[in-house]
Design a protein around this ligand. Structure first.
Ligand SMILES: C[S@@+](CC[C@H](N)C(=O)[O-])C[C@H]1O[C@@H](n2cnc3c(N)ncnc32)[C@H](O)[C@@H]1O
Length: 225
């Protein structure tokens, strides 16, 4: 039985908005597969790969894909990270709902992503700064970043692309990202990040690391300016 397309929550909607029209998607850590189902059923993309490291979510994903009548358009399978994704068949990669370190680890496992062909759409649940540090260190330029408030939590969604030319970036870019302070969700995210930086400064003070303390306090202030 075919069901009507459903509404995505704010977080997955923000991820969906970054997926380019007509491109092929790989959704890594798909769980329920709502994102690829929504994108295919609304006609924004023609097909997708949906993978998850665990068998249980993949069974659920397959059941949802069948229910929406698009088993010929979404290929679902278990895999660790990008392991079974065919590099020449995908354009946009979504990795959402995991920690920033886990996302960076998944990217690290797929060196073929170092190509401007792909758009990476990444939604870290934590440690966004560690993910940005990984992206910048590997010449992934952050094209855009969108803050999202959902169910009393605030997230950022990052859209990045590999650039063959190295570019300059600073610690400020790693902590502030490309968030627009005028957006209330972004302002709240930056406040939280500034708090983390102040804690790091306090840690330096305890260790009598004056240079580190100054550095992190200055960054925290810069973030809120
Ligand atoms: C919290 S769910 C997020 C689901 C969906 N992406 C979303 O944002 O709503 C995280 C999913 O990532 C999967 N996962 C965690 N590490 C993974 C890895 N290395 N490779 C593939 N999937 C992974 C988990 O099994 C889980 O289903």
């Amino acid at each position: 039985m075919m069901e009507e397309p459903f509404a995505l929550g704010a977080r997955l909607s923000a991820c969906a908005a970054f997926v380019r029209e007509g491109r092929v998607l790989a959704d890594i850590g798909t769980d329920h597969a709502y994102l690829p189902i929504w994108l295919v059923r609304t006609g924004k993309i023609p097909r997708a790969f949906a993978s998850d490291i665990n068998e249980e979510p993949i069974q659920l994903a397959k059941e949802h894909i069948r229910r929406y009548g698009i088993a010929d358009k979404i290929t679902a399978f278990t895999a660790d990270g990008m392991a079974k994704i065919p590099p020449d068949e995908v354009d946009d990669i979504v990795i959402a709902g995991m920690g920033g370190d886990n996302i960076a680890g998944i990217l690290e496992g797929a060196p073929w992503l170092l190509s401007p062909r792909y758009h990476l759409i990444l939604q870290p649940m934590s440690k966004a700064e560690r993910l940005r540090a990984y992206l910048y260190a590997h010449q992934f330029f952050i094209l855009e970043e969108k803050p999202v408030c959902e169910a009393n939590r605030i997230y950022t969604v990052i859209c990045a692309e590999y650039t063959p030319e190295p570019f300059h970036y600073s610690d400020f870019d790693i902590y502030a990202g490309r968030l627009d302070k005028k957006n209330p969700c972004a302002a709240a995210l930056l406040q939280r990040q500034a708090g983390i930086l102040r804690d790091m400064a306090d840690g330096c003070a305890v260790r009598h690391d004056d240079k580190g303390e100054k550095h992190f306090r200055a960054l925290a202030e810069q973030l809120l300016r």
